[in-house]
Design a binder for this molecule. Structure first.
Ligand SMILES: C[S@@+](CC[C@H](N)C(=O)[O-])C[C@H]1O[C@@H](n2cnc3c(N)ncnc32)[C@H](O)[C@@H]1O
Length: 243
Protein backbone atom coordinates (compact mmCIF):
# COMPACT_ATOMS: atom_id res chain seq x y z
CA UNK A 1 0.00 0.00 0.00
CA UNK A 2 1.52 3.43 -0.91
CA UNK A 3 2.37 5.98 1.77
CA UNK A 4 0.50 7.91 3.30
CA UNK A 5 -2.17 5.20 3.54
CA UNK A 6 0.27 2.73 5.13
CA UNK A 7 0.90 2.66 8.87
CA UNK A 8 4.20 4.44 9.67
CA UNK A 9 7.07 2.18 10.79
CA UNK A 10 7.82 2.05 14.54
CA UNK A 11 9.73 5.03 15.93
CA UNK A 12 12.94 3.06 16.54
CA UNK A 13 13.04 2.04 12.84
CA UNK A 14 12.60 5.66 11.77
CA UNK A 15 15.42 6.77 14.09
CA UNK A 16 17.75 4.01 12.90
CA UNK A 17 17.07 5.05 9.30
CA UNK A 18 17.80 8.71 10.12
CA UNK A 19 21.09 7.79 11.78
CA UNK A 20 22.16 5.42 8.98
CA UNK A 21 21.34 7.95 6.23
CA UNK A 22 23.10 10.87 7.95
CA UNK A 23 26.13 8.73 8.80
CA UNK A 24 26.36 7.84 5.12
CA UNK A 25 26.01 11.47 4.03
CA UNK A 26 28.69 12.45 6.57
CA UNK A 27 31.09 9.83 5.20
CA UNK A 28 30.36 10.73 1.58
CA UNK A 29 30.60 14.53 1.74
CA UNK A 30 29.38 15.98 5.05
CA UNK A 31 29.95 19.60 4.11
CA UNK A 32 27.97 19.32 0.87
CA UNK A 33 25.00 17.66 2.56
CA UNK A 34 25.07 20.38 5.23
CA UNK A 35 25.42 23.34 2.90
CA UNK A 36 24.31 22.14 -0.53
CA UNK A 37 25.21 25.31 -2.47
CA UNK A 38 28.73 23.93 -3.05
CA UNK A 39 30.02 20.44 -3.78
CA UNK A 40 33.45 21.20 -2.29
CA UNK A 41 34.15 23.59 0.55
CA UNK A 42 37.49 24.76 1.91
CA UNK A 43 37.72 25.00 5.71
CA UNK A 44 37.66 28.75 5.47
CA UNK A 45 34.63 28.95 3.18
CA UNK A 46 32.67 26.41 5.17
CA UNK A 47 33.20 27.88 8.63
CA UNK A 48 32.78 31.44 7.29
CA UNK A 49 29.33 30.37 6.08
CA UNK A 50 28.55 29.37 9.69
CA UNK A 51 29.81 32.72 10.97
CA UNK A 52 27.66 34.53 8.42
CA UNK A 53 24.59 32.52 9.46
CA UNK A 54 25.24 33.32 13.12
CA UNK A 55 25.65 37.00 12.26
CA UNK A 56 22.36 37.07 10.34
CA UNK A 57 20.26 34.84 12.60
CA UNK A 58 21.71 35.40 16.06
CA UNK A 59 23.91 38.49 16.38
CA UNK A 60 21.16 40.56 14.76
CA UNK A 61 18.65 39.30 17.32
CA UNK A 62 20.55 39.65 20.61
CA UNK A 63 17.76 41.55 22.42
CA UNK A 64 15.48 38.48 22.16
CA UNK A 65 18.31 36.01 22.71
CA UNK A 66 20.27 37.57 25.58
CA UNK A 67 17.61 39.67 27.32
CA UNK A 68 20.27 41.81 29.08
CA UNK A 69 22.55 38.85 29.86
CA UNK A 70 26.18 38.90 28.77
CA UNK A 71 26.68 36.33 25.94
CA UNK A 72 29.89 35.14 27.63
CA UNK A 73 27.82 34.08 30.65
CA UNK A 74 25.17 32.22 28.65
CA UNK A 75 24.66 28.49 28.14
CA UNK A 76 23.36 27.60 24.66
CA UNK A 77 21.83 24.42 23.24
CA UNK A 78 22.01 23.49 19.54
CA UNK A 79 20.00 20.69 17.93
CA UNK A 80 21.47 19.03 14.81
CA UNK A 81 24.97 20.52 14.89
CA UNK A 82 26.36 18.50 11.97
CA UNK A 83 30.14 18.96 11.77
CA UNK A 84 30.03 22.12 13.90
CA UNK A 85 29.64 24.80 11.22
CA UNK A 86 27.29 26.89 13.39
CA UNK A 87 28.58 25.49 16.70
CA UNK A 88 32.04 26.92 16.14
CA UNK A 89 30.65 30.42 15.57
CA UNK A 90 28.40 30.04 18.63
CA UNK A 91 31.39 28.97 20.73
CA UNK A 92 33.17 32.21 19.78
CA UNK A 93 30.30 34.28 21.16
CA UNK A 94 28.65 32.42 24.03
CA UNK A 95 29.99 30.98 27.28
CA UNK A 96 29.03 27.30 26.91
CA UNK A 97 27.57 25.38 23.95
CA UNK A 98 25.94 21.97 24.20
CA UNK A 99 25.20 20.49 20.79
CA UNK A 100 23.55 17.21 19.72
CA UNK A 101 23.31 15.33 16.45
CA UNK A 102 21.77 11.97 15.54
CA UNK A 103 24.82 11.04 13.45
CA UNK A 104 27.93 9.73 15.19
CA UNK A 105 29.91 10.40 12.00
CA UNK A 106 28.89 14.08 12.05
CA UNK A 107 29.77 14.33 15.75
CA UNK A 108 33.23 12.82 15.14
CA UNK A 109 33.95 15.46 12.49
CA UNK A 110 32.52 18.17 14.76
CA UNK A 111 34.93 17.10 17.52
CA UNK A 112 37.85 17.78 15.19
CA UNK A 113 36.41 21.16 14.12
CA UNK A 114 35.86 22.17 17.74
CA UNK A 115 39.05 20.78 19.26
CA UNK A 116 40.21 24.29 20.15
CA UNK A 117 36.93 25.15 21.91
CA UNK A 118 36.73 23.56 25.37
CA UNK A 119 33.43 25.42 25.93
CA UNK A 120 31.71 23.28 23.25
CA UNK A 121 30.23 19.94 24.37
CA UNK A 122 29.12 17.52 21.66
CA UNK A 123 26.78 14.54 21.95
CA UNK A 124 25.41 11.92 19.61
CA UNK A 125 21.75 11.64 20.60
CA UNK A 126 18.96 9.23 19.71
CA UNK A 127 17.31 11.53 17.13
CA UNK A 128 14.27 12.40 19.19
CA UNK A 129 15.12 13.66 22.68
CA UNK A 130 17.77 15.46 24.74
CA UNK A 131 18.33 12.82 27.43
CA UNK A 132 22.09 12.79 26.65
CA UNK A 133 22.40 16.47 27.60
CA UNK A 134 23.03 17.29 31.29
CA UNK A 135 19.88 18.38 33.07
CA UNK A 136 20.99 22.00 33.60
CA UNK A 137 19.24 25.25 32.67
CA UNK A 138 19.92 26.71 29.22
CA UNK A 139 19.57 30.40 28.33
CA UNK A 140 18.97 29.96 24.61
CA UNK A 141 18.31 27.09 22.18
CA UNK A 142 18.77 27.11 18.41
CA UNK A 143 18.31 24.86 15.39
CA UNK A 144 18.74 25.53 11.67
CA UNK A 145 18.45 23.22 8.61
CA UNK A 146 17.60 20.24 10.82
CA UNK A 147 13.85 20.00 11.38
CA UNK A 148 13.36 20.53 7.63
CA UNK A 149 14.87 17.04 7.21
CA UNK A 150 12.94 15.24 9.98
CA UNK A 151 10.20 13.14 8.37
CA UNK A 152 7.89 13.06 11.36
CA UNK A 153 6.24 16.09 12.91
CA UNK A 154 5.84 14.24 16.21
CA UNK A 155 9.66 13.97 16.48
CA UNK A 156 9.95 17.72 15.93
CA UNK A 157 7.32 18.29 18.60
CA UNK A 158 9.16 15.99 20.99
CA UNK A 159 12.30 18.13 20.57
CA UNK A 160 10.22 21.22 21.31
CA UNK A 161 8.97 19.63 24.54
CA UNK A 162 12.52 18.61 25.43
CA UNK A 163 13.84 22.12 24.89
CA UNK A 164 11.05 23.43 27.09
CA UNK A 165 12.24 21.03 29.82
CA UNK A 166 15.82 22.37 29.67
CA UNK A 167 15.30 26.06 28.94
CA UNK A 168 15.25 28.56 31.82
CA UNK A 169 11.98 30.46 32.30
CA UNK A 170 11.95 33.41 29.89
CA UNK A 171 14.46 31.70 27.56
CA UNK A 172 14.07 31.56 23.77
CA UNK A 173 14.07 28.59 21.42
CA UNK A 174 14.64 29.97 17.91
CA UNK A 175 14.36 27.39 15.16
CA UNK A 176 13.58 26.80 11.51
CA UNK A 177 11.17 24.29 10.05
CA UNK A 178 10.03 23.43 6.56
CA UNK A 179 6.87 25.42 5.89
CA UNK A 180 6.18 23.99 2.43
CA UNK A 181 3.56 21.28 1.96
CA UNK A 182 5.14 19.04 -0.66
CA UNK A 183 2.12 17.74 -2.48
CA UNK A 184 1.78 20.68 -4.87
CA UNK A 185 -1.76 21.15 -6.16
CA UNK A 186 -2.86 17.88 -4.56
CA UNK A 187 -1.81 19.30 -1.18
CA UNK A 188 -4.69 21.74 -1.25
CA UNK A 189 -7.32 19.03 -1.38
CA UNK A 190 -5.66 16.54 0.96
CA UNK A 191 -6.35 16.77 4.69
CA UNK A 192 -3.31 17.90 6.72
CA UNK A 193 -2.64 14.42 8.13
CA UNK A 194 -2.02 13.13 4.60
CA UNK A 195 0.32 15.96 3.59
CA UNK A 196 3.36 14.28 5.09
CA UNK A 197 6.85 13.44 3.97
CA UNK A 198 7.38 9.68 4.12
CA UNK A 199 9.21 8.15 7.12
CA UNK A 200 11.63 6.46 4.72
CA UNK A 201 12.74 9.82 3.32
CA UNK A 202 15.21 11.43 5.72
CA UNK A 203 15.97 14.33 3.40
CA UNK A 204 12.53 15.85 2.88
CA UNK A 205 11.11 16.65 6.30
CA UNK A 206 7.50 16.92 7.37
CA UNK A 207 6.08 20.36 6.62
CA UNK A 208 4.76 22.55 9.45
CA UNK A 209 1.94 25.00 8.78
CA UNK A 210 1.40 28.17 10.77
CA UNK A 211 -1.57 26.62 12.60
CA UNK A 212 0.42 23.47 13.42
CA UNK A 213 3.30 25.59 14.77
CA UNK A 214 0.95 27.52 17.02
CA UNK A 215 -0.67 24.31 18.28
CA UNK A 216 2.75 22.76 19.00
CA UNK A 217 3.77 25.87 20.97
CA UNK A 218 0.60 25.74 23.01
CA UNK A 219 0.80 21.99 23.70
CA UNK A 220 4.47 22.31 24.74
CA UNK A 221 3.96 25.29 27.05
CA UNK A 222 5.69 27.90 24.86
CA UNK A 223 4.57 31.31 23.74
CA UNK A 224 5.12 31.66 19.98
CA UNK A 225 5.95 35.38 20.03
CA UNK A 226 7.13 35.79 16.44
CA UNK A 227 7.07 33.79 13.22
CA UNK A 228 8.48 34.54 9.81
CA UNK A 229 8.31 32.79 6.44
CA UNK A 230 5.23 30.59 6.91
CA UNK A 231 4.65 28.52 3.76
CA UNK A 232 8.34 28.68 2.76
CA UNK A 233 11.33 26.40 3.28
CA UNK A 234 12.64 28.84 5.89
CA UNK A 235 9.79 29.10 8.35
CA UNK A 236 11.32 30.64 11.50
CA UNK A 237 9.75 30.41 14.92
CA UNK A 238 10.54 32.24 18.16
CA UNK A 239 9.22 30.15 21.06
CA UNK A 240 9.62 31.78 24.50
CA UNK A 241 9.26 29.77 27.69
CA UNK A 242 6.94 31.81 29.93
CA UNK A 243 8.49 33.28 33.12
C1 LIG B 1 21.82 19.90 6.85
S1 LIG B 1 22.66 19.42 8.30
C2 LIG B 1 22.76 20.98 9.18
C3 LIG B 1 23.84 21.00 10.26
C4 LIG B 1 23.94 22.31 11.02
N1 LIG B 1 22.69 22.67 11.64
C5 LIG B 1 24.41 23.43 10.11
O1 LIG B 1 23.58 24.28 9.73
O2 LIG B 1 25.59 23.47 9.79
C6 LIG B 1 21.42 18.52 9.20
C7 LIG B 1 21.95 17.87 10.44
O3 LIG B 1 20.85 17.43 11.22
C8 LIG B 1 21.14 16.17 11.75
N2 LIG B 1 19.87 15.49 12.05
C9 LIG B 1 18.97 14.99 11.17
N3 LIG B 1 17.94 14.44 11.82
C10 LIG B 1 18.18 14.62 13.15
C11 LIG B 1 17.50 14.26 14.33
N4 LIG B 1 16.33 13.61 14.29
N5 LIG B 1 18.04 14.59 15.52
C12 LIG B 1 19.24 15.22 15.59
N6 LIG B 1 19.95 15.57 14.50
C13 LIG B 1 19.43 15.27 13.29
C14 LIG B 1 21.95 15.48 10.67
O4 LIG B 1 22.72 14.40 11.14
C15 LIG B 1 22.80 16.63 10.15
O5 LIG B 1 24.01 16.70 10.84
Amino acid sequence: MPWPFRKPPPLNHQLEKMRADWDLRARENARHFIATTQEQWTDEEFFSSGELAVKQLILSDMANICQDRQPSGMRVLEIGCGVGRITRALAQTFGEIYAVDVSGEMIEQARTALAAFPNAHLYRNNGTDLSVVPDIPFDFAFSVIVFQHIPSQSIVENYIREVHRLLRPGGLFKFQVNGIAHCGRLGRILPARLRRATPANTWLGAPVSEEEALRMAERSGFECRYRLGAGTQDFWLWFFKPE
